[in-house]
Ligand binder design. Sequence first.
Ligand code: M6R
Length: 422
Amino acid sequence: MSGENIAIVHNGIIENHEPLRELLKSRGYVFTSQTDTEVIAHLVDWELAQGGSLLEAFQRTVKQLHGAYGTVVMDRRDPERLIAARSGSPLVIGLGIGENFLASDQLALLNVTRRFLFLEEGDVAEITRRAVNIIDIDGQPVERQVHESSAEHDAADKGQYRHYMQKEIFEQPSALINTLEGRIDADSIVVESIGHGATDILKQVEHIQIVACGTSYNAGMVARYWFEGIAGVSCDVEIASEFRYRNFVTRPNSLLITLSQSGETADTLAALRLAKERGFMAAMTICNVAGSSLVRESDLAFMTRAGTEIGVASTKAFTTQLASLLMLVTAVGKQKGTVDKAKEKSIVKALHRLPVVMDQALAFDREIEALAEDFADKHHALFLGRGEFYPIAMEASLKLKEISYIHAEAYAAGELKHGPLA
Ligand code: M6R
Protein backbone atom coordinates (compact mmCIF):
# COMPACT_ATOMS: atom_id res chain seq x y z
CA MET A 1 0.00 0.00 0.00
CA SER A 2 0.93 3.63 -0.37
CA GLY A 3 -1.00 5.65 2.19
CA GLU A 4 -4.66 4.69 2.48
CA ASN A 5 -5.48 4.44 -1.20
CA ILE A 6 -2.98 2.85 -3.55
CA ALA A 7 -2.80 -0.95 -3.37
CA ILE A 8 -0.38 -3.03 -5.42
CA VAL A 9 -0.05 -6.72 -6.26
CA HIS A 10 3.33 -7.55 -7.73
CA ASN A 11 5.01 -10.69 -9.02
CA GLY A 12 8.65 -10.35 -10.07
CA ILE A 13 11.69 -8.27 -9.19
CA ILE A 14 12.31 -4.54 -9.56
CA GLU A 15 16.05 -4.33 -10.14
CA ASN A 16 16.38 -0.57 -9.63
CA HIS A 17 14.33 -0.49 -6.42
CA GLU A 18 17.19 0.99 -4.37
CA PRO A 19 17.66 4.26 -6.30
CA LEU A 20 13.88 4.58 -6.58
CA ARG A 21 13.53 4.07 -2.83
CA GLU A 22 16.06 6.85 -2.17
CA LEU A 23 14.27 9.15 -4.61
CA LEU A 24 10.91 8.49 -2.96
CA LYS A 25 12.34 8.97 0.53
CA SER A 26 13.66 12.36 -0.59
CA ARG A 27 10.07 13.14 -1.64
CA GLY A 28 8.87 12.38 1.86
CA TYR A 29 7.61 8.79 1.53
CA VAL A 30 8.06 6.59 4.60
CA PHE A 31 8.68 2.91 3.86
CA THR A 32 7.15 0.25 6.10
CA SER A 33 8.87 -2.73 4.44
CA GLN A 34 12.05 -3.59 2.58
CA THR A 35 10.18 -4.95 -0.42
CA ASP A 36 10.66 -3.70 -3.96
CA THR A 37 6.85 -3.86 -4.28
CA GLU A 38 6.38 -0.94 -1.88
CA VAL A 39 8.50 1.19 -4.21
CA ILE A 40 5.92 0.69 -6.99
CA ALA A 41 3.04 1.66 -4.71
CA HIS A 42 4.66 4.95 -3.65
CA LEU A 43 5.75 5.70 -7.19
CA VAL A 44 2.16 5.32 -8.44
CA ASP A 45 0.97 7.55 -5.61
CA TRP A 46 3.53 10.21 -6.54
CA GLU A 47 2.70 10.07 -10.25
CA LEU A 48 -1.03 10.26 -9.52
CA ALA A 49 -0.43 13.39 -7.47
CA GLN A 50 1.28 14.94 -10.53
CA GLY A 51 -2.04 14.73 -12.42
CA GLY A 52 -3.97 12.59 -14.88
CA SER A 53 -5.80 9.29 -14.47
CA LEU A 54 -4.62 6.20 -12.63
CA LEU A 55 -3.89 4.63 -16.02
CA GLU A 56 -1.65 7.54 -17.02
CA ALA A 57 0.05 7.56 -13.63
CA PHE A 58 0.71 3.83 -13.92
CA GLN A 59 2.06 4.19 -17.47
CA ARG A 60 4.52 6.82 -16.23
CA THR A 61 5.40 4.56 -13.29
CA VAL A 62 6.23 1.44 -15.29
CA LYS A 63 8.51 3.46 -17.57
CA GLN A 64 10.73 4.02 -14.51
CA LEU A 65 10.88 0.34 -13.50
CA HIS A 66 13.70 -1.98 -14.56
CA GLY A 67 13.26 -5.69 -14.02
CA ALA A 68 10.64 -8.36 -14.49
CA TYR A 69 7.15 -7.83 -13.22
CA GLY A 70 3.50 -8.59 -13.55
CA THR A 71 1.78 -5.98 -11.46
CA VAL A 72 -1.72 -4.69 -10.72
CA VAL A 73 -2.77 -1.46 -9.03
CA MET A 74 -6.03 -0.28 -7.51
CA ASP A 75 -7.04 3.09 -6.10
CA ARG A 76 -9.41 2.64 -3.16
CA ARG A 77 -11.32 5.76 -4.29
CA ASP A 78 -12.19 3.99 -7.58
CA PRO A 79 -12.34 0.29 -6.66
CA GLU A 80 -14.13 -0.79 -9.84
CA ARG A 81 -10.99 -0.24 -11.90
CA LEU A 82 -7.75 -2.24 -11.98
CA ILE A 83 -4.67 -1.27 -13.97
CA ALA A 84 -2.21 -4.04 -14.83
CA ALA A 85 1.19 -4.11 -16.50
CA ARG A 86 3.40 -6.88 -17.69
CA SER A 87 7.12 -7.00 -18.36
CA GLY A 88 9.05 -10.25 -18.06
CA SER A 89 6.61 -11.99 -15.70
CA PRO A 90 3.39 -13.57 -16.96
CA LEU A 91 0.01 -11.89 -16.57
CA VAL A 92 -3.23 -13.22 -17.90
CA ILE A 93 -6.69 -11.65 -18.01
CA GLY A 94 -9.63 -14.01 -17.56
CA LEU A 95 -12.80 -12.87 -19.34
CA GLY A 96 -16.08 -13.54 -17.56
CA ILE A 97 -19.65 -12.37 -18.03
CA GLY A 98 -19.99 -9.10 -16.17
CA GLU A 99 -16.69 -9.81 -14.46
CA ASN A 100 -13.03 -9.98 -15.42
CA PHE A 101 -10.03 -11.43 -13.62
CA LEU A 102 -6.25 -11.16 -13.42
CA ALA A 103 -3.74 -13.84 -12.51
CA SER A 104 -0.19 -14.87 -13.29
CA ASP A 105 -1.40 -18.26 -14.58
CA GLN A 106 -4.60 -19.29 -16.34
CA LEU A 107 -4.73 -22.33 -14.04
CA ALA A 108 -5.74 -20.12 -11.14
CA LEU A 109 -8.81 -18.98 -13.09
CA LEU A 110 -10.06 -22.21 -14.64
CA ASN A 111 -12.89 -22.49 -12.14
CA VAL A 112 -14.28 -19.13 -13.27
CA THR A 113 -13.51 -18.87 -16.99
CA ARG A 114 -11.91 -20.55 -19.97
CA ARG A 115 -11.43 -17.38 -22.03
CA PHE A 116 -8.13 -15.60 -21.67
CA LEU A 117 -6.16 -12.65 -22.97
CA PHE A 118 -2.39 -12.89 -22.56
CA LEU A 119 -0.67 -9.57 -22.11
CA GLU A 120 2.42 -8.98 -24.23
CA GLU A 121 5.68 -7.43 -23.11
CA GLY A 122 5.19 -3.80 -22.12
CA ASP A 123 1.38 -3.94 -22.25
CA VAL A 124 -0.66 -1.94 -19.77
CA ALA A 125 -4.32 -2.89 -19.34
CA GLU A 126 -7.28 -1.13 -17.74
CA ILE A 127 -9.84 -3.60 -16.44
CA THR A 128 -13.34 -3.08 -15.15
CA ARG A 129 -16.19 -5.58 -14.74
CA ARG A 130 -17.37 -4.93 -18.29
CA ALA A 131 -14.33 -3.82 -20.28
CA VAL A 132 -10.68 -4.55 -20.91
CA ASN A 133 -8.59 -1.92 -22.70
CA ILE A 134 -5.01 -2.70 -23.56
CA ILE A 135 -2.27 -0.25 -24.49
CA ASP A 136 0.95 -1.56 -25.97
CA ILE A 137 4.55 -0.64 -25.23
CA ASP A 138 4.35 2.33 -27.65
CA GLY A 139 1.28 3.75 -25.92
CA GLN A 140 -1.11 2.64 -28.69
CA PRO A 141 -4.45 0.88 -28.02
CA VAL A 142 -4.24 -2.77 -29.17
CA GLU A 143 -6.48 -5.81 -29.38
CA ARG A 144 -5.03 -9.05 -28.05
CA GLN A 145 -6.45 -12.32 -29.29
CA VAL A 146 -8.84 -14.20 -27.00
CA HIS A 147 -7.66 -17.76 -26.28
CA GLU A 148 -10.05 -20.54 -25.29
CA SER A 149 -8.22 -22.74 -22.81
CA SER A 150 -8.38 -26.50 -23.22
CA ALA A 151 -6.70 -27.15 -19.84
CA GLU A 152 -8.70 -29.49 -17.65
CA HIS A 153 -10.36 -27.96 -14.62
CA ASP A 154 -10.08 -31.26 -12.79
CA ALA A 155 -6.30 -31.00 -13.16
CA ALA A 156 -6.59 -28.96 -9.99
CA ASP A 157 -8.05 -31.94 -8.13
CA LYS A 158 -5.66 -34.31 -6.28
CA GLY A 159 -8.01 -37.28 -6.59
CA GLN A 160 -6.79 -40.32 -4.63
CA TYR A 161 -3.26 -38.91 -4.20
CA ARG A 162 -1.76 -37.30 -1.12
CA HIS A 163 -0.25 -34.40 -3.05
CA TYR A 164 0.09 -33.10 -6.60
CA MET A 165 3.63 -34.33 -7.04
CA GLN A 166 2.53 -37.89 -6.31
CA LYS A 167 -0.43 -37.54 -8.66
CA GLU A 168 1.82 -36.20 -11.41
CA ILE A 169 4.38 -38.98 -10.94
CA PHE A 170 1.60 -41.50 -11.54
CA GLU A 171 0.33 -39.56 -14.55
CA GLN A 172 3.59 -40.12 -16.41
CA PRO A 173 2.51 -43.15 -18.48
CA SER A 174 -0.63 -41.40 -19.77
CA ALA A 175 1.27 -38.13 -20.24
CA LEU A 176 3.84 -40.00 -22.35
CA ILE A 177 1.11 -41.58 -24.47
CA ASN A 178 -0.13 -38.05 -25.22
CA THR A 179 3.39 -36.84 -25.99
CA LEU A 180 3.95 -39.63 -28.51
CA GLU A 181 0.48 -39.43 -30.11
CA GLY A 182 0.68 -38.64 -33.83
CA ARG A 183 4.44 -38.15 -33.71
CA ILE A 184 5.51 -41.74 -34.22
CA ASP A 185 3.87 -44.42 -36.32
CA ALA A 186 4.64 -48.14 -36.25
CA ASP A 187 8.35 -47.80 -36.90
CA SER A 188 9.18 -44.22 -37.82
CA ILE A 189 9.14 -40.62 -36.64
CA VAL A 190 6.58 -38.33 -38.26
CA VAL A 191 8.92 -35.40 -38.94
CA GLU A 192 6.06 -33.19 -40.23
CA SER A 193 4.44 -33.36 -36.78
CA ILE A 194 7.22 -31.13 -35.42
CA GLY A 195 5.63 -28.17 -37.09
CA HIS A 196 5.19 -26.18 -40.26
CA GLY A 197 8.58 -25.55 -41.89
CA ALA A 198 10.39 -27.86 -39.46
CA THR A 199 11.67 -30.28 -42.10
CA ASP A 200 13.68 -27.56 -43.88
CA ILE A 201 15.04 -26.14 -40.65
CA LEU A 202 16.12 -29.57 -39.42
CA LYS A 203 17.83 -30.30 -42.74
CA GLN A 204 19.86 -27.09 -42.61
CA VAL A 205 20.75 -27.11 -38.92
CA GLU A 206 24.47 -27.42 -38.14
CA HIS A 207 24.44 -26.64 -34.44
CA ILE A 208 21.95 -26.81 -31.59
CA GLN A 209 22.00 -24.41 -28.64
CA ILE A 210 19.74 -25.48 -25.79
CA VAL A 211 18.87 -22.92 -23.11
CA ALA A 212 16.80 -23.66 -20.01
CA CYS A 213 16.67 -23.57 -16.20
CA GLY A 214 16.50 -26.18 -13.45
CA THR A 215 14.88 -29.47 -14.39
CA SER A 216 14.42 -28.33 -17.97
CA TYR A 217 18.16 -27.63 -18.14
CA ASN A 218 18.86 -31.17 -16.91
CA ALA A 219 16.63 -32.57 -19.67
CA GLY A 220 18.62 -30.45 -22.14
CA MET A 221 21.87 -31.90 -20.79
CA VAL A 222 20.61 -35.42 -21.52
CA ALA A 223 19.67 -34.32 -25.03
CA ARG A 224 23.21 -33.09 -25.68
CA TYR A 225 24.46 -36.68 -25.49
CA TRP A 226 21.71 -37.66 -27.91
CA PHE A 227 22.14 -34.82 -30.42
CA GLU A 228 25.85 -35.51 -30.73
CA GLY A 229 25.78 -39.30 -30.22
CA ILE A 230 22.70 -40.18 -32.29
CA ALA A 231 22.16 -37.32 -34.77
CA GLY A 232 25.81 -36.27 -35.13
CA VAL A 233 24.96 -32.58 -34.66
CA SER A 234 26.99 -30.46 -32.25
CA CYS A 235 25.02 -29.25 -29.26
CA ASP A 236 25.68 -26.85 -26.38
CA VAL A 237 23.45 -26.55 -23.35
CA GLU A 238 23.46 -23.52 -21.11
CA ILE A 239 21.61 -22.30 -18.05
CA ALA A 240 19.46 -19.40 -19.26
CA SER A 241 20.56 -16.99 -16.52
CA GLU A 242 24.18 -17.51 -17.65
CA PHE A 243 23.52 -17.41 -21.38
CA ARG A 244 21.59 -14.16 -21.27
CA TYR A 245 24.26 -12.26 -19.36
CA ARG A 246 27.36 -13.23 -21.33
CA ASN A 247 28.79 -12.42 -24.70
CA PHE A 248 28.27 -15.55 -26.76
CA VAL A 249 29.21 -16.37 -30.33
CA THR A 250 26.36 -17.44 -32.62
CA ARG A 251 27.45 -20.32 -34.80
CA PRO A 252 26.26 -20.51 -38.43
CA ASN A 253 22.97 -22.33 -38.97
CA SER A 254 22.42 -22.64 -35.27
CA LEU A 255 19.00 -23.61 -33.92
CA LEU A 256 18.05 -22.29 -30.50
CA ILE A 257 15.93 -24.67 -28.43
CA THR A 258 14.38 -23.41 -25.22
CA LEU A 259 13.04 -26.01 -22.82
CA SER A 260 10.41 -25.07 -20.28
CA GLN A 261 7.43 -26.58 -18.53
CA SER A 262 5.70 -23.25 -17.94
CA GLY A 263 6.87 -21.29 -20.97
CA GLU A 264 7.14 -18.24 -18.74
CA THR A 265 10.52 -18.58 -17.00
CA ALA A 266 11.93 -15.05 -17.16
CA ASP A 267 15.57 -15.99 -17.82
CA THR A 268 14.65 -18.47 -20.57
CA LEU A 269 12.38 -15.92 -22.20
CA ALA A 270 15.09 -13.27 -22.05
CA ALA A 271 17.54 -15.75 -23.60
CA LEU A 272 15.11 -16.43 -26.45
CA ARG A 273 14.69 -12.71 -27.15
CA LEU A 274 18.42 -12.18 -27.10
CA ALA A 275 19.05 -15.12 -29.42
CA LYS A 276 16.52 -13.73 -31.90
CA GLU A 277 18.51 -10.50 -32.00
CA ARG A 278 21.77 -12.36 -32.37
CA GLY A 279 21.20 -14.21 -35.62
CA PHE A 280 20.10 -17.75 -34.76
CA MET A 281 18.59 -19.41 -37.84
CA ALA A 282 15.40 -20.25 -35.89
CA ALA A 283 14.06 -20.65 -32.38
CA MET A 284 12.15 -23.69 -31.22
CA THR A 285 10.61 -24.24 -27.82
CA ILE A 286 9.80 -27.55 -26.20
CA CYS A 287 7.12 -26.47 -23.81
CA ASN A 288 4.12 -27.70 -21.85
CA VAL A 289 1.84 -24.66 -21.81
CA ALA A 290 0.05 -23.67 -24.99
CA GLY A 291 -0.26 -19.93 -25.38
CA SER A 292 2.67 -19.24 -23.06
CA SER A 293 5.19 -16.53 -23.92
CA LEU A 294 7.84 -18.97 -25.15
CA VAL A 295 5.33 -20.66 -27.44
CA ARG A 296 4.07 -17.36 -28.80
CA GLU A 297 7.52 -15.93 -29.44
CA SER A 298 9.24 -18.99 -30.95
CA ASP A 299 9.27 -20.00 -34.62
CA LEU A 300 8.46 -23.60 -33.76
CA ALA A 301 6.71 -25.01 -30.70
CA PHE A 302 6.91 -28.70 -29.85
CA MET A 303 4.35 -29.24 -27.10
CA THR A 304 5.16 -31.84 -24.47
CA ARG A 305 1.45 -32.42 -23.70
CA ALA A 306 2.13 -33.53 -20.12
CA GLY A 307 -1.10 -31.94 -18.90
CA THR A 308 -1.17 -29.37 -16.14
CA GLU A 309 1.74 -29.68 -13.73
CA ILE A 310 0.75 -28.11 -10.42
CA GLY A 311 3.46 -29.60 -8.21
CA VAL A 312 6.40 -27.21 -7.93
CA ALA A 313 8.79 -30.12 -8.35
CA SER A 314 8.81 -31.14 -11.99
CA THR A 315 8.15 -34.82 -12.66
CA LYS A 316 6.00 -35.62 -15.69
CA ALA A 317 7.25 -32.42 -17.34
CA PHE A 318 10.79 -33.81 -17.22
CA THR A 319 9.99 -37.25 -18.64
CA THR A 320 7.81 -35.84 -21.41
CA GLN A 321 10.58 -33.36 -22.26
CA LEU A 322 12.98 -36.29 -22.62
CA ALA A 323 10.57 -38.21 -24.86
CA SER A 324 10.05 -35.07 -26.98
CA LEU A 325 13.78 -34.49 -27.22
CA LEU A 326 14.45 -38.07 -28.30
CA MET A 327 11.87 -37.71 -31.07
CA LEU A 328 13.43 -34.42 -32.14
CA VAL A 329 16.94 -35.88 -32.12
CA THR A 330 15.75 -38.77 -34.28
CA ALA A 331 14.00 -36.38 -36.65
CA VAL A 332 17.15 -34.25 -36.99
CA GLY A 333 19.25 -37.38 -37.62
CA LYS A 334 16.74 -38.60 -40.17
CA GLN A 335 16.74 -35.30 -42.04
CA LYS A 336 20.51 -35.14 -42.03
CA GLY A 337 20.94 -38.79 -43.00
CA THR A 338 22.79 -39.72 -39.79
CA VAL A 339 19.98 -41.91 -38.43
CA ASP A 340 19.30 -44.87 -40.72
CA LYS A 341 16.07 -46.86 -40.97
CA ALA A 342 17.21 -49.55 -38.52
CA LYS A 343 18.27 -47.02 -35.89
CA GLU A 344 15.04 -45.07 -36.29
CA LYS A 345 13.05 -48.27 -35.92
CA SER A 346 14.82 -49.27 -32.71
CA ILE A 347 14.30 -45.80 -31.16
CA VAL A 348 10.62 -45.76 -32.13
CA LYS A 349 10.16 -49.26 -30.73
CA ALA A 350 11.66 -48.12 -27.42
CA LEU A 351 9.39 -45.05 -27.41
CA HIS A 352 6.31 -47.25 -27.97
CA ARG A 353 7.30 -49.37 -24.96
CA LEU A 354 8.02 -46.36 -22.74
CA PRO A 355 4.56 -45.93 -21.11
CA VAL A 356 4.47 -49.66 -20.30
CA VAL A 357 7.98 -49.61 -18.83
CA MET A 358 7.04 -46.54 -16.84
CA ASP A 359 3.98 -48.37 -15.44
CA GLN A 360 6.21 -51.26 -14.43
CA ALA A 361 8.58 -48.88 -12.63
CA LEU A 362 5.68 -47.20 -10.81
CA ALA A 363 4.48 -50.60 -9.61
CA PHE A 364 7.56 -50.60 -7.33
CA ASP A 365 6.05 -47.73 -5.36
CA ARG A 366 5.75 -49.67 -2.07
CA GLU A 367 9.29 -51.07 -2.31
CA ILE A 368 10.66 -47.60 -3.05
CA GLU A 369 8.76 -46.18 -0.09
CA ALA A 370 10.27 -48.85 2.16
CA LEU A 371 13.77 -48.09 0.84
CA ALA A 372 13.26 -44.39 1.49
CA GLU A 373 13.11 -45.20 5.23
CA ASP A 374 16.81 -46.07 5.07
CA PHE A 375 17.68 -42.64 3.71
CA ALA A 376 15.26 -40.33 5.49
CA ASP A 377 17.63 -39.54 8.38
CA LYS A 378 20.73 -38.90 6.23
CA HIS A 379 22.13 -35.39 5.95
CA HIS A 380 23.94 -35.58 2.62
CA ALA A 381 23.51 -37.44 -0.64
CA LEU A 382 25.84 -37.82 -3.62
CA PHE A 383 24.39 -38.91 -6.95
CA LEU A 384 26.77 -40.30 -9.56
CA GLY A 385 26.28 -40.94 -13.25
CA ARG A 386 28.25 -41.28 -16.44
CA GLY A 387 27.24 -40.22 -19.95
CA GLU A 388 23.55 -39.37 -20.24
CA PHE A 389 23.10 -40.65 -16.68
CA TYR A 390 25.18 -37.78 -15.34
CA PRO A 391 22.38 -35.24 -15.99
CA ILE A 392 19.93 -37.82 -14.64
CA ALA A 393 22.02 -37.77 -11.44
CA MET A 394 21.81 -33.94 -11.52
CA GLU A 395 18.03 -34.12 -11.73
CA ALA A 396 17.86 -36.71 -8.93
CA SER A 397 19.97 -34.48 -6.73
CA LEU A 398 17.82 -31.42 -7.54
CA LYS A 399 14.68 -33.39 -6.70
CA LEU A 400 16.00 -34.77 -3.40
CA LYS A 401 17.18 -31.42 -2.06
CA GLU A 402 14.04 -29.64 -3.26
CA ILE A 403 11.66 -32.12 -1.67
CA SER A 404 13.45 -33.33 1.48
CA TYR A 405 15.87 -30.47 2.25
CA ILE A 406 18.63 -33.09 2.42
CA HIS A 407 21.83 -31.65 1.00
CA ALA A 408 22.46 -33.39 -2.32
CA GLU A 409 25.06 -33.09 -5.05
CA ALA A 410 25.58 -34.74 -8.41
CA TYR A 411 28.92 -35.74 -9.86
CA ALA A 412 30.08 -37.19 -13.15
CA ALA A 413 31.24 -40.61 -12.00
CA GLY A 414 34.77 -40.14 -13.38
CA GLU A 415 35.20 -36.88 -11.44
CA LEU A 416 34.79 -38.52 -8.06
CA LYS A 417 38.52 -39.09 -7.71
CA HIS A 418 39.31 -35.46 -8.54
CA GLY A 419 38.28 -33.97 -5.23
CA PRO A 420 35.29 -35.56 -3.49
CA LEU A 421 37.11 -38.82 -2.63
CA ALA A 422 39.99 -36.91 -1.04
O1 M6R B 1 8.89 -23.85 -16.25
P1 M6R B 1 10.34 -24.12 -16.46
O2 M6R B 1 10.61 -25.52 -16.89
O3 M6R B 1 11.02 -23.12 -17.35
O4 M6R B 1 10.99 -23.94 -15.02
C1 M6R B 1 12.38 -23.99 -14.83
C2 M6R B 1 12.71 -24.41 -13.43
O5 M6R B 1 12.32 -23.42 -12.52
C3 M6R B 1 12.04 -25.72 -13.05
O6 M6R B 1 12.39 -26.71 -13.97
C4 M6R B 1 12.46 -26.17 -11.63
O7 M6R B 1 13.83 -26.40 -11.57
C5 M6R B 1 11.69 -27.44 -11.27
N1 M6R B 1 10.30 -27.16 -11.07
C6 M6R B 1 12.28 -28.12 -10.09
O8 M6R B 1 11.64 -29.34 -9.82
